[in-house]
Design a protein around this ligand. Structure first.
Ligand SMILES: Cc1ncc(COP(=O)(O)O)c(C=O)c1O
Length: 402
């Protein structure tokens, strides 16, 4: 006999929609232009298997023990040194290893945002971040991006107006200044400086999500916002795009009193100490710069193949910004196009992408689509873009009745 339990009331703060980024399609020849995944053949597997064995032998007993909230010092030291290359000068006690940078977003939100507090984001923005802000019951306001990042002038106007009308100033402005996901754009140096000044004047935190900055296709350098106003920036980065996302390791850099608050939330001690030991062992003897250079060369080639394929297959029907780094091309169709309406047909034909609306706070962005060039082969990029274009032209000739 099956027992029927009474319906149960789950906590109000559980998100009502799942986060995007995975698909249920399992057909082996399906082309995933939706996945923001690293290229699996570039994972440093051989080195990791040696490091894993060494870590177990050399540090296994310590690594398998409970650890205080600091975690293994070697990895903090590595992060400190690597950050210096990007101009970030942080003490070891200002660095905290996180369960990926997504956890950094969540932790920063939890220490700063009470229900009803204001969080300002870019439109489009990273869907998991939006999920974190929604779950925190923040009031989210979004500001458009253009070719050189978020419209800081509009943020400034909104701040002025808020001050004038005694309206709330944001607690947090969340931004992906370098190789934006999904927009592919990079915030100009001038706008970075202005945003930093605004954070100081209006007293808000900037949550700087820097997940892609190592994947630099041009050699152009941009100062992290953290370097401009360290006491008002919570800086996030991750090993996901440069070593492998399955490690689930990222890091947060911030002012000491922010770190102290975040530590209060670290209930189980340090994150994945055993994995950290393996990674620390890898990084100790790893030609990291050579590794990221070769990742960048590979992904730049993938970007070029995708950009060419798009021009070839779509012609004048789309426009996009050629990203200087990262994983994504953000396609813009004519305003009457709704990419959600051919998402399923594309999947049926063998290609997936993420529809524009998924990246926006309000119901908008229907005319966009995010394509990711990192996870698939060159051949799949060309074939996938062609299938997508066929799907789009079929939709154009026979649009879904509204
Ligand atoms: C902007 C941005 N931040 C964070 C992440 C997630 O990183 P992690 O795997 O470190 O949680 C991603 C992954 O797609 C991302 O695009």
């Amino acid at each position: 006999m099956t027992r029927r339990l009474a319906s149960f009331s789950f906590a109000k703060r559980v998100p009502s929609t799942p986060s995007i980024g995975s698909t249920t399609v399992t057909k082996p020849d399906h082309i995933h232009l939706s996945f923001g995944f690293a290229a699996p053949h570039l994972f440093p597997i051989d080195q990791l298997s040696v490091s894993a064995a060494e870590a177990v032998t050399l540090h296994g007993r310590k690594a398998l023990q409970y650890s205080g909230s600091g975690g293994p010092g070697k990895i903090l030291k590595w992060i400190q040194n690597r950050s210096l290359v990007h101009g970030i000068n942080a003490e070891l006690n200002q660095i905290l290893v996180t369960y990926g940078s997504t956890q950094g977003i969540d932790l920063a939100t939890r220490i700063l945002v009470d229900p009803g507090d204001h969080v300002w984001v870019e439109s489009p923005s990273f869907f998991s971040a939006l999920q974190a802000f929604r779950t925190a019951e923040a009031v989210i306001t979004s500001f458009p991006i253009d070719e050189d990042g978020v419209r800081v002038d509009l943020i400034e106007n909104a701040l002025l107006e808020a001050k004038r009308n005694h309206k709330p100033i944001p607690k947090l402005v969340y931004t992906m200044p370098t190789y934006h996901n999904p927009g592919g754009v990079t915030l100009s140096v001038e706008k970075r400086k202005r945003l930093a000044e605004l954070a100081e004047t209006y007293n808000f935190y900037i949550l700087e999500d820097d997940a892609y900055s190592e994947l630099n296709f041009t050699g152009n350098k941009y100062p992290p916002l953290y370097t401009l106003i360290p006491e008002r920036v919570i800086y996030l980065n991750t090993f996901s795009k440069i070593i492998g996302p399955g490690l689930r390791l990222g890091w947060l850099i911030a002012d000491q009193h922010v770190i102290d608050k975040v530590r209060l939330l670290n209930l189980g001690g340090s994150i994945g100490v055993f994995t950290q030991e393996i990674l620390a062992q890898l990084l100790e003897n790893f030609a990291f710069q050579g590794h990221v250079d070769s990742l960048s060369r590979h992904y730049r080639k993938q970007r070029d193949v995708m950009a060419e394929a798009i021009k070839e297959s779509f012609g004048e029907h789309v426009s996009f910004h050629l990203p200087e780094g990262g994983f994504y091309i953000w396609l813009r169709f004519d305003d009457h196009v709704n990419t959600s309406e051919f998402l399923q047909d594309a999947a049926n034909r063998g290609v997936s992408f993420v529809d524009g609306k998924s990246f926006f706070v309000k119901p908008e962005g229907y005319q966009y689509a995010r394509l990711c060039f990192s996870y698939v082969s060159e051949e799949q990029i060309v074939r996938g873009v062609k299938i997508l274009a066929d799907t789009y032209f079929a939709y154009l000739n026979n649009p879904v009745p509204s």
